[in-house]
Design a binder for this molecule. Structure first.
Ligand SMILES: Cc1cc2nc3c(=O)[nH]c(=O)nc-3n(C[C@H](O)[C@H](O)[C@H](O)COP(=O)(O)OP(=O)(O)OC[C@H]3O[C@@H](n4cnc5c(N)ncnc54)[C@H](O)[C@@H]3O)c2cc1C
Length: 430
């Protein structure tokens, strides 16, 4: 679907709202799920973003907020798309009182910028981004946590304050720049994971952490997903709180580690008290199931490339990919029940299985159906991320309609009754 010639009036009208080079005609490279926008606007501040949204609403335009474009695949195909509001110019640090362990940034600020800024102060960013190009606005809009969620906590719990602009021009500020702040409804949590359907995030205040005293990564070689679940159980019994724990199915090539074929690779990240790392060093060999190999890495410069490899791995594009969520104790059997030709990354601490399949398009519907059956057998929630458009069109990528759906529709109606923002992309047509 190539770029529809923008009706000169639309572009001219928008240029009247946002003068200068902040508005341009859409290009094929701006496409979202095959839909090419006729215009792209990059407002330099919140007030002009608000003007663009209210104009779009008056003109019944369908708009997609866009950050770093690192995950536009997520969601159902849009019902329609007229324009893109990019947060590219809405970036930068607003306030960083390092001593308070908080940072306030504009929503177009990338995860890499934030990490660099806070690491210079000996602190850790809570974003754990798979891609440094992801913006904080995009990360929150998708709301998915990284492989270090066990240690860093869920993304939504790291947000202290947000500012959101709605299509009717209202601006909602919720929370405050202090650690204990929520009075009334916790609106922050409402906007996180809402895929940009309730408003456009413009500013975010995040909770930071001091850099840990000691870190280590334990590399494990084990036989299968069930043994991975066993190892997780022993870590729980040992009272260890991993920062990250992931097991990678055998078929994946892991250039950063020489791994014999057929071996499930385990990565355990510990970050915190030196005593925990010492316990691991002194006790792990006696605790692990027979046949499990291990290597303990204690230099961040050796550890980081391995986690970076996993992050790149987690966001790679394949014919089909998705995320399954189940009870932590069931995650191992769920991964083990997937079709053998499907690759997986198992995060047993959270009960998450990310899966990938790189086969011919014509076989995709069959594989997707087999994943669905496995998910149902484990009462697992499912999210289809990458898939041929015919497979995405054959069902809802967010799985079954969740309880409380009518209340969700009520919220969507309250914030965006004309469906200006990302129409059709969220669950079941929301
Ligand atoms: C299952 C799954 C697991 C993931 N796990 C991780 C993970 O572990 N760690 C990680 O870093 N990433 C993870 N991601 C990817 C991550 O969520 C995206 O890379 C990130 O959200 C994209 O940020 P972006 O700025 O590139 O946004 P874009 O790709 O540009 O946009 C992504 C979505 O957010 C909306 N959006 C963008 N900016 C705003 C805004 N300011 N206000 C409102 N809506 C906006 C867009 O409309 C779009 O729907 C995961 C994604 C999925 C689907």
């Amino acid at each position: 679907m190539t770029a529809a010639e923008p009706s000169p009036s639309a572009l001219d009208a928008l240029q009247a709202v946002l003068p200068g080079d902040a508005v341009r005609a859409g290009r094929d490279s701006d496409a979202i799920a095959g839909h090419v926008p006729s215009w792209v606007a990059a407002p330099p501040d919140e007030a002009s973003l608000r003007d663009v949204l209210t104009w779009a609403r008056q003109q019944q335009q369908a708009v997609a907020p866009v950050g770093g474009r690192t995950q536009l695949a997520i969601g159902n195909p849009p019902d329609r798309l007229d324009g893109i509001v990019s947060t590219q110019r809405l970036s930068g640090i607003v306030d960083y009182p390092a001593g308070d362990l908080t940072i306030t940034v504009r929503a177009g600020t990338t995860a890499a910028e934030i990490a660099e800024t806070v690491e210079a102060e000996g602190q850790w960013s809570p974003l754990d981004a798979l891609s440094g190009d992801s913006t904080v606005g995009g990360l929150l809009a998708v709301g998915q946590s990284g492989p270090w969620r066990p240690g860093l906590g869920a993304l939504r719990d790291q947000v202290l304050e947000t500012r959101v602009v709605h299509p009717d021009g209202r601006v909602t500020r919720s929370g405050a720049r202090v650690v204990k702040n929520v009075t009334g409804y916790d609106l922050n949590k409402l906007f996180i994971g809402s895929l940009g359907t309730l408003g456009v995030l413009t500013e975010v205040c995040l909770r930071l952490r001091p850099r840990p005293e000691a870190t280590a990564t334990l590399l494990l070689g084990t036989t299968d997903a069930l043994t991975a679940a066993e190892i997780t159980a022993l870590l729980r019994r040992a009272g260890l709180d991993p920062t990250g724990l992931a097991f990678v199915s055998p078929r994946h090539d892991a250039p950063v580690i020489d791994r014999p074929p057929g071996v499930v690779l385990g990565l355990l990240k510990l970050a915190g008290a030196a005593a925990d790392v010492a316990w691991l060093r002194d006790n792990i060999s006696t605790e692990l199931p027979a046949g499990t190999t291990w290597t303990l890495l204690e230099e961040p410069e050796v550890e980081e490339p391995i986690w970076q490899w996993l992050r790149v791995h987690l966001r790679r594009e394949t014919t089909l990919s998705g995320r399954l969520g189940t009870l932590p104790m069931q995650a191992g059997t769920l991964a083990a029940s997937l079709p053998v030709e499907v690759d997986w990354v198992l995060r047993p601490w959270e009960g998450v299985v990310d899966w990938y399949w790189s086969g011919p398009t014509e076989q995709a519907a069959e594989i997707s159906a087999a994943i669905h059956v496995a998910a149902q057998a484990h009462q697992a929630g499912r999210l289809l991320i990458h898939a041929p458009s015919a497979v995405k069109a054959s069902g809802d990528v967010f799985g079954e309609r969740p309880p409380g759906f009518e209340t969700m529709r009520g919220l969507r109606d309250a914030f965006d009754p004309e469906r200006v923002l990302n129409p059709g992309r969220f669950l079941h047509g929301l």
